[in-house]
Design a protein around this ligand. Structure first.
Ligand SMILES: CC(C)(COP(=O)(O)OP(=O)(O)OC[C@H]1O[C@@H](n2cnc3c(N)ncnc32)[C@H](O)[C@@H]1OP(=O)(O)O)[C@@H](O)C(=O)NCCC(=O)NCCS
Length: 145
């Protein structure tokens, strides 16, 4: 049975691997542990038969706002509803602590991710110049809960 649960230290290598092949930034191992320390409830993994297929993590910005830092699903397991379920869990956890707004950034070239978020209630509110380390612009997207 699939399970969405809090990230733990032992998941580090698997999560990092999914991030490396899905996101075009290099993230060091310490970053994942720091994110866990900041808000472990906001760091969730999708597991099936002991294998991790995707994860979501974020941070609390202020008492009413959270930011999605990363959402990624292993390429072989996309379009099966895993990303939606991870995002939905993140929304539920955020709601349960009184959050009213979720923000995130996405590459302007990530058409698929932009439409994924649009279809789930996010709207583009800003264009962020040179946001990524390769100089690519980002879009800021927002969803009100
Ligand atoms: C964006 C991302 C997380 C989506 O994850 P995913 O698991 O493929 O997402 P889902 O399967 O829930 O939804 C993707 C599409 O599959 C469709 N889908 C969902 N469940 C499905 C099912 N059971 N069968 C067939 N299709 C399905 C959905 O309709 C959705 O299309 P839509 O957005 O037009 O509604 C994933 O593509 C990814 O990791 N991308 C690279 C990293 C990235 O860009 N992350 C976002 C920026 S941080």
């Amino acid at each position: 049975m699939p399970l969405i649960r809090r990230f733990k230290k032992e998941d580090l290598e698997k999560v990092r691997n999914i991030a490396d092949i899905s996101l075009k930034e290099e993230y060091n191992t310490e970053l994942f542990l720091t994110i866990k320390e900041m808000w472990n409830d906001g760091f969730q993994v999708y597991e099936i038969s002991g294998e991790i297929r995707g994860f979501i993590c974020g941070m609390i910005i202020d008492p009413e706002t959270v930011r999605v830092l990363m959402l990624a699903v292993h390429p072989l397991f996309r379009n099966r509803g895993i990303g939606s379920r991870l995002l939905q869990r993140f929304v539920e956890i955020s709601s349960s602590i009184g959050i009213k707004k979720i923000v995130l950034e996405v590459r302007v070239s990530s058409k698929r991710a932009i439409s994924f978020y649009r279809n789930r209630g996010f709207q583009i509110t800003d264009r962020l110049k040179d946001f990524y380390t390769n100089g690519e612009d980002g879009y800021k997207m927002v969803r009100f809960l």
